[in-house]
Ligand binder design. Structure first.
Ligand SMILES: Cc1cc2nc3c(=O)[nH]c(=O)nc-3n(C[C@H](O)[C@H](O)[C@H](O)COP(=O)(O)OP(=O)(O)OC[C@H]3O[C@@H](n4cnc5c(N)ncnc54)[C@H](O)[C@@H]3O)c2cc1C
Length: 379
């Protein structure tokens, strides 16, 4: 079998890229070792925010939100702009967020500093007794990862992309710096262009291609929780509290509360949920919204954050191997970034350039010791 472009990894990043490339008339195949979304994507917290602290991530996320909106209408999956509400508890935090809000506003993201009373109007069940202000952007939102990933995959297939599930990349054949093909558990696929979209497994793919530069991406275990339903429409935005263990929570369509806290283990490929997580998530959630103490936890699960030293992904082309690209290391915020990342990479592959600030995610920055300002890692 031959394919012009092979994407390794069928998570949200792999399938949105397949969709972008297929739309541009490129012949593309996605290899997924299990089923699409089975990596981190189906385990994520659904959140999509533009409230970052540096220019590149804000610009990329502004574009991503535009694309989430456009594609949710075109492909028919739900994306809700219900906002992100960061609760702030002391002057230091307020000062920091004022600075971020100024930058976000300059780049066209309409975040505002609001009072605890205004925050309570948005989420009436909040305990605001310790809250002194909040950072509120009504254009942030959430999307269902199952619905969205499947919609992108099916649409990509309609446009001619091949998505091969239960097909694992086992080795990459490179001769004199040129890619010849990918060996899989189901045979060889000849290709000249490979994209590593394997996120938590990206280092294994880099090793197959013998990438000569160091791109430190390690898997860390993070967990999610879902509770029994609360009365509908109580917690529409994603509510964040950095003070209470980096907690994030929101209400799903069926009323349950989904979210997590910053309990982290790793580097590890273990995915066993832990009691420590249940204890810490309960403590934090009840502190933020006391009524949550009345709800039963229905389920917890674990997934990976593929972390880099500055919590920014590595996105770009590896020069030493002709036509090898990477988009991995999303450090806990790759679901939200995917549509913009797909556009960026599709531009790089088909035109050799992009208008989005891809340099920020330069895979060579680690080797050069030029770490970026650390991106805000949630959960
Ligand atoms: C608990 C939790 C909460 C999160 N909350 C959020 C959130 O609110 N918002 C947000 O934006 N992000 C969130 N994230 C992060 C988000 O889930 C990831 O950043 C995102 O899903 C990454 O997508 P991906 O396509 O890069 O990786 P993945 O979805 O992991 O896809 C990579 C795929 O590659 C496949 N693969 C690996 N090796 C091979 C091989 N050799 N051959 C073939 N296939 C292979 C894997 O099976 C996997 O399906 C959260 C993550 C967790 C764990």
């Amino acid at each position: 079998m031959r394919s012009e472009i092979v994407i390794i990894g069928g998570g949200i990043v792999g399938v949105t890229l397949a969709y972008e490339l297929a739309k541009r008339g490129e012949q593309v195949t996605v290899l997924e070792k299990k089923y699409i979304g089975s990596g981190s994507t189906f385990r994520c917290g659904t959140g999509i925010r533009q409230q970052f602290t540096d220019e590149a991530n804000i610009k990329v996320m502004k574009r991503s939100v535009e694309l989430w909106k456009k594609y949710s209408e075109e492909l028919g999956f739900p994306f809700k702009q219900t906002g992100y509400l960061f609760l702030l508890y002391d002057d230091e935090e307020v000062k920091e967020f004022k600075k971020n809000i100024k930058l976000q506003n300059r780049l066209g993201v309409p975040t505002r500093l609001i009072t605890p009373e205004e925050a309570k109007e948005i989420v009436p069940v909040l305990d605001t007794s310790e809250v002194i202000a909040a950072s509120w952007n009504p254009t942030d939102g959430k999307a269902d990862p199952f619905f969205a990933t499947t919609a992108f995959a099916r649409e990509a297939e309609k446009l001619g992309a091949e998505i091969l599930e239960y097909t694992e990349a086992k080795d990459i054949i490179v001769e004199e710096g040129e890619i010849k093909g990918v060996k899989t558990n189901k045979g060889m696929i000849e290709t000249g262009i490979i994209v590593n979209a394997a996120n938590a497994w990206a280092k294994l793919i880099n090793a197959m291609a013998k990438i000569p530069i160091k791109i430190p991406i390690e898997p860390y275990k993070h967990q999610g929780v879902i509770t029994q339903p609360l009365k509908e429409g109580q917690i529409n935005p994603m509510v964040i509290s950095l003070k209470y263990n980096d907690a994030y929570l929101t209400q799903t369509e069926h009323g349950g509360i989904i979210g997590g806290v910053g309990v982290e283990y790793g580097p590890t490929y273990d995915l066993t949920p832990t009691y420590e997580f249940i204890r810490e998530v309960s403590k934090a959630f009840i502190k933020i919204i006391p009524v949550l103490g009345e709800l039963l936890i229905l389920r917890t699960w674990a997934g990976f954050y593929a972390k880099t030293p500055d919590s920014n992904p590595a996105i770009g082309r590896i020069e030493e191997i002709d036509e090898f690209y990477i988009a991995a290391g999303f450090s806990g915020h790759g679901f939200m970034m995917a549509p913009a990342v797909a556009e960026m990479l599709a531009d790089l592959i088909t035109k050799g350039r992009t208008d989005l600030p891809v340099e920020w995610y330069d895979p060579y920055r680690f080797e050069r010791g030029e770490l970026r300002e650390t991106a805000l890692q949630m959960g």
